[in-house]
Structure formats: structure tokens, C-alpha cells
Design a protein around this ligand. Structure first.
Ligand SMILES: [Zn+2]
Length: 435
């Protein structure tokens, strides 16, 4: 079959590295009136429009987004698709919220049809909000992951997900065993990991809901599949941290429990990381694991304020996460606004450029996918979104007086939500267009 070419025109922003504090100009590329030349859904060329247009074969179709900003699709580094229907359920903290809302909702996912319907809605909602890749929790039911991957595969999405491993301190109807969680995970890995654009994550829910035997089983899977992601929660809430200390009296810290079972390594992603000490941060940095900063969830459940500055300064890799349903929005723009505010309360003013880096390339690195996605280097898969400076009357009005790129990005992240996303393209193809 002949190669399929596409041209995309608009302002372009993508990252090559962490722009850091002083937003180092070598860390990103911004091209006013730029273009992307795509070949079979992959980036062939990214540059000034006239150069890109000149390089395109005669008659190549052009999608014109002049005046709008094209950025790589957002990467959400921690989200629960089965919690779509518990978003905005008020709880008295994490453990109460799990018991009263989340566990009962997860029960439905033993039904494959239910799971499929929720997965369809979930993927649509991600795309509407400009998220093209996510690290996703299923439920304890293997069929919840089969359903999610089937839906993601049909849409050609790059997604990473896993079955929850959970064998204690939860309702009977959500309980597996060390052996069944190992067997189910292994079957899912063999069936799905590396199929289409899908990847598997070994997913113990958190240390409280896994026995030592089950954490051993997770560690065994991690050794057997050294390239896989590991996905869990750590140090979200003080009551949770104290309970872990009672359950694992031998451990130096909550994080140390995962370390003990071989679950800290590159492409391991731990949501929250709020109550870590200096030793934990050092261990996170040395191991290459990622902290998934989930600010709307941390505020909503009253969990605490993640210290982004301390984490970054210690060399911890950080991704941004919505953590729906604890989080209150699928929008990474809403999430970045909360990240900015939480950081500000910890005496750190997060630059908007760095915020966009954290929610794109940094997320791709967290999942070991930066060879495939995260920016517009040649050969990358063309997952990108189009941000509209006229998205709302207020954004349009305020944008008119925004002088710099940093100011414009800050406006989108402070005032924007799903309405700011004019289109979401997956492998070059528009899968969402705002009506
Ligand atoms: Zn979570």
C-alpha cells in the first residue's frame, strides 16, 4: 500500500527535555506558523510551515489549525477507569471514600458488558480532554482489563493498564488470592502486552490491600517481565501511612515495603508520594520510579500537599495525574491548574512551560514510551492536540493581552478545560473535534 501523507499547520510546541526553572530554551521548540508532515500516522518532519509544506509530496491533504497551538497529547500517569461513575462522591478521607463509594462501584466490573460500556465512555472522555495516553487501573476482575484493552485497541490508542491485585482489607466480592492474581495477571500480560499500542502494568492496589504473599507474587511478575510498568499508590493519607506501618512493622517506611518486594524501578509509577521523607525521595530518584502528582485528588480527599519542588530537586521523576475518581476532572489543564496552586502553597511557583513538559514528555518517559510518543521528533507516533486561544469569551479576551508563550500557556492552564481542546488526533487521525 502506498504511504499516506498528511500536513498539519498551526503554531507548534513540544519538549525535548525538562525546561526546569529558567525554562531553558534548548529544552523545547516553539514554532509560530509551524507544520507537521506525517507519514502513516508518524511524524516525518516538524518545522516552519514553508519548509514542511515544501517537503510534502504534491497534493498532500492539509489540516489547517492556523492561530491555534498544536502540542503532543497529554499523558495521564494515574487514573482508574472503573471509578468514572464515582467522580464527585464526597468522602471523609481516602479509606472512608473507598469503603462507601469506590469498592461498591468496582463490583460491577465482574460484568464484561458493563466494563465495556464504561471503558467506551472513559476513552471518549479522555480524548475530549486531550489525553491520548494514560496509565489505567482496572478492577480486581481480569475481564475489566480485557474490556478496557479491547476498547482502546479498537480506537488505536496507546494505553497502559493492569488488573488490580487485592487479597485483603476489602470486601469479599473484590478479593483475589496471591495465586489467582499471579495467574490472571500473567494471562493478561501474554494476551495484551505489546499488542497494538497496548502495554501492561503490574497493579497491586496498595500495600494495605495486599498480603505479603501477594506482594511476593507481584515481585515475581516484575522479575519475569523486567520491561513492564508497575502501578500502585503510596503515602497518600496519614491514616493509610500509619496502617501500613502496623501491617509491615519491619519496614523503614511505606515506600520501603514496595522496595522490599522489588517493585521500585524505572517505569514503576506511584500515585501521590505525599508523605515521603528524604530517604524515600532518594530511593525514588535512584530507582528511576515515577511519582504521579495527583493534585485535584489530593485536594478533594483532603489527603495533603505534594511537594513538587522537593521531589524535582531530589531528582525524582514526576508525572501529572488526574486520579479520577478521587480526582475531580479528566482535564489535564484543570489538573495542571491544581498542580500550580498546590505547589504555590509549598512555596514553589511552577512555570507553565514546565507544567506542559510534565504532562507530555515527562509522562511518556515515566511509562517508558518516550521512543514512541511525548514530542514531535521524527518517527514518533503522531498523537497531538489542538488548543484554542478563542475557547471561551474570557480566554479570548485575556489571550489578546498575553505577550509571551509562557503567559499564553499559563492562561490555558488556569482558565482552560475540555473546551480549550479543539481537536485530538491519534496517529494523525482526528478522533475528537469540538462541535
Ligand atoms: Zn488512585
Amino acid at each position: 500500500m502506498a504511504a499516506q501523507f498528511q500536513l498539519i499547520r498551526g503554531d507548534i510546541l513540544h519538549f525535548l527535555a525538562d525546561p526546569g526553572e529558567d525554562t531553558a530554551a534548548t529544552a523545547y521548540e516553539y514554532i509560530a506558523d509551524g507544520g507537521l508532515l506525517l507519514q502513516d500516522g508518524h511524524v516525518k518532519l516538524c518545522g516552519a510551515w514553508r519548509d514542511v509544506a515544501a517537503a510534502a509530496p504534491e497534493g498532500t491533504h492539509c489540516e489547517d489549525y492556523c492561530g491555534k497551538l498544536i502540542v503532543p497529547g497529554f499523558v495521564d500517569t494515574h487514573i482508574h477507569y472503573p471509578q468514572t461513575d464515582v467522580i464527585a462522591s464526597p468522602g471523609r478521607g481516602l479509606l472512608d471514600w473507598l469503603d462507601r463509594y469506590t469498592f461498591p462501584a468496582e463490583r460491577h466490573f465482574s460484568d464484561a458488558d458493563w466494563a465495556t460500556e464504561v471503558a467506551e465512555f472513559f476513552c471518549e472522555e479522555l480524548l475530549r480532554n486531550g489525553t491520548t495516553t494514560a496509565l489505567v487501573f482496572g478492577t480486581v476482575h481480569a475481564q475489566s482489563v480485557d474490556a478496557f484493552f479491547s476498547v482502546a485497541s479498537k480506537r488505536g490508542l496507546r494505553m497502559v493498564a493492569g488488573k488490580v491485585m487485592m487479597d485483603r482489607h476489602c470486601p469479599d466480592y473484590l478479593r483475589d488470592t496471591p495465586q489467582s492474581s499471579y495467574d490472571d495477571s500473567k494471562r493478561l500480560i501474554e494476551r495484551w502486552h505489546g499488542t497494538d499500542r497496548l502495554g501492561y502494568a503490574i497493579t497491586p492496589r496498595f500495600a494495605i490491600t495486599s498480603s505479603e504473599a501477594q506482594l511476593e507474587a507481584a515481585g515475581t511478575l516484575a522479575r519475569e517481565y523486567p520491561s513492564l510498568s508497575v502501578h500502585s499508590h503510596v503515602a497518600e493519607n496519614p491514616d493509610e501511612v500509619n496502617w501500613v506501618q502496623e501491617l509491615f512493622p519491619w519496614s523503614r517506611s511505606y515506600l520501603d515495603v514496595y522496595d522490599h518486594y522489588g517493585l521500585l524501578r524505572p517505569h514503576a509509577v506511584y500515585a501521590h508520594c505525599i508523605y515521603l521523607d528524604g530517604g524515600d525521595r532518594q530511593r525514588m530518584a535512584d530507582s528511576g520510579a515515577t511519582a504521579a502528582f495527583s493534585p485535584t485528588s489530593n485536594l478533594f480527599l483532603g489527603s495533603g500537599l505534594f511537594n513538587l519542588r522537593e521531589a524535582l530537586d531530589a531528582g525524582v521523576h514526576v508525572g501529572i495525574a488526574s486520579d479520577v475518581g478521587g480526582g475531580t476532572s479528566f482535564s489535564m489543564l484543570r489538573t495542571l491548574a491544581a498542580a500550580y496552586q498546590v505547589s504555590h502553597l509549598n512555596a514553589y511557583v511552577l512555570p507553565a512551560l514546565r507544567a506542559f513538559y510534565l504532562s507530555t514528555l515527562s509522562g511518556a518517559v515515566a511509562l517508558g514510551l518516550d521512543e514512541k510518543i511525548g514530542n514531535f521528533l521524527p518517527g514518533k507516533e503522531a498523537d497531538f492536540i489542538v488548543l484554542d486561544p478563542q475557547a471561551t469569551p474570557l480566554i479570548a479576551r485575556r489571550m489578546a493581552s498575553a505577550a509571551s508563550l509562557e503567559e499564553r500557556l499559563f492562561l490555558w492552564l488556569t482558565l482552560g478545560d475540555d473546551r480549550a481542546v479543539a481537536a485530538t488526533h491519534v496517529m494523525g487521525k482526528a478522533q475528537w473535534r469540538r462541535p
